[in-house]
Design a protein around this ligand. Structure first.
Ligand SMILES: Cc1ncc(COP(=O)(O)O)c(C=O)c1O
Length: 445
């Protein structure tokens, strides 16, 4: 037991047990050592809703959205719904003045059900079918981002009124040392600026007067912590816009530089500094627009993780604790790859904490393993947990607000966890737990 655990009253003088860079801004511990979010002990939430459970702190989500507005004053903020979207989350985004980026009919329907004005929706066309494009146009989405020649042709054929579109390009900014590769030529969607592909797409769009080409879009990667890379993307996209003006006499007015802003998952991880990003955007715009004598376009950013990651925590119950012959301890919990696919997908690392009591012993490094009995079915490796951890304890995993609920599966026929929102001193389900009946209802026999 630490001194802080014994004497919580000295908490104000000691480092916080839950690093505010990693955990929701409202995270604290009560006199029993229980992790609380928004003043609510997570142990009580586990009792009410069961485990595993995704928790989302509405206060933290709104705080991050406001932080974007404060830092990036003249920039339009479009929340990337693919990171986490429910009707309530869409409503929070709307109330905080964010647009929403969607990339499927399901996300579109949820954003609309959350009360978002369709004109504030940016729909991404990655591999959209003609029917999906038709539906998006029919509800009046504000902007469609096109990244294939087929989409351009489909859209031109089905639009009945002028539709604002952007073309997604890959600016090839250097991302050495970054795991995720979105934004590199030949790796993902988007037209390359080199080789004339983007220019061809521009020609194709401009050939259809029903399509109103308003700008260019790019997504340069994920977990990007160097703001200079956004500056480089802006310079390249402004140069491309100047080329479009030279060849077609058209002045594009919107520059969407996507999301990908790095957030920390472990104490000490780098984070994209939004204040620095604001300066970089300004400088790059000033410089590039002056060099090309090009009028300043409106800038749009599309953060997902930057808004939703740290608002989320996943709560697990410890099922067993085993010590391997090599002395290493494995703590098995009641969730796993089905609710947290990111560890297996890209080696993501997470911060884990005991959530239901004080630590009564020293800490030691353990592996937190999931229930699915697979190689690689780990939630976290070499995390420090109290040596007396035992079945029935509760573990909280930080930074799981993004790409967990939205990427969950019912692998091994385990129902997906509920998503529980905490706000105003109360917890309520935004999405209920998936039951066996839910699983059977889709099975046609
Ligand atoms: C087009 C686009 N916009 C925004 C995002 C959000 O990225 P992040 O959650 O890393 O901010 C993504 C993520 O893949 C994306 O593809």
């Amino acid at each position: 037991m630490t001194l802080l655990d014994l004497l919580p009253s000295i908490g104000h003088a000691a480092p916080r047990r839950f690093d505010p860079a990693i955990w929701p801004t409202t995270a604290s511990s009560d006199e029993d050592g229980r992790l609380c979010i928004g003043g609510m002990p997570l142990a009580d939430i586990a009792d009410e809703f069961g485990t595993p459970a995704y928790l989302i702190d509405e206060t933290d989500f709104r705080h991050r959205a406001r932080r974007y507005h404060t830092a990036l004053r003249d920039v339009e903020i479009v929340y990337a719904g693919k990171s986490l979207l429910t009707t309530a989350v869409a409503r929070w985004a709307r109330e905080e003045g964010l647009g929403i980026g969607v990339c499927s009919p399901g996300e579109l329907a949820v954003a609309l059900a959350g009360g978002l004005d369709p004109s504030r929706i940016v729909m991404h066309g990655d591999t959209t079918s003609p029917d999906e494009l038709r539906d998006a146009v029919a509800v009046g989405v504000g902007r469609l981002v096109l990244d294939s020649s087929l989409d351009i042709a489909y859209l031109a054929g089905l639009a009945r009124r002028r539709q604002r579109v952007l073309i997604r390009v890959t600016p090839d900014t250097d991302i050495h040392g970054h795991r995720a590769v979105t934004g590199i030529s030949d790796q993902t969607g988007g037209f390359t600026l080199t080789g004339g592909h983007a220019a061809e797409a521009v020609r194709a769009v401009l050939a259809h007067p029903i399509l109103d080409l308003v700008g260019l879009h790019c997504q340069i990667g994920s977990q990007v912590c160097d703001p200079a890379r956004y500056g480089e993307a802006i310079r390249r996209l402004i140069a491309a816009m100047a080329d479009i003006r030279a060849h077609h006499g058209v002045i594009l007015t919107e520059l969407n530089i996507g999301g990908g802003h790095a957030v920390p998952f472990l104490s000490g991880d780098a984070e994209l500094d939004l204040d620095v990003l604001a300066g970089v955007i300004e400088d790059a715009l000033d410089e590039a627009c002056a060099a090309e004598h090009f009028p300043r376009p409106a800038v749009v950013v599309e953060p997902g993780r930057g808004i939703s990651a740290r608002a989320g925590v996943t709560l697990y119950r410890v099922c067993s604790v085993k010590t391997r012959p090599n002395g290493h301890t494995v703590v098995a919990v009641d969730g796993g790859i089905g609710d947290n696919p990111r560890v297996a997908l890209d080696g993501a690392q997470y911060t884990v904490a005991l959530a239901n009591r004080h630590a009564r012993t020293q800490r030691r490094a353990v592996t937190v393993a999931g229930r699915h009995g697979e190689a690689g079915n780990e939630i976290a490796r070499d995390v420090e947990l109290p040596a007396d951890i035992h079945a029935g304890d509760l573990l909280a995993v930080a930074g799981t607000g993004s790409y967990h609920h939205s990427m969950a599966s019912n692998y091994t026929m385990v129902g997906r966890p509920p998503l529980v929102a905490i706000s105003g001193g109360r917890a309520r389900e935004l999405v209920r737990r998936e039951t066996i009946a839910d699983l059977l209802v889709r099975d046609c026999g």
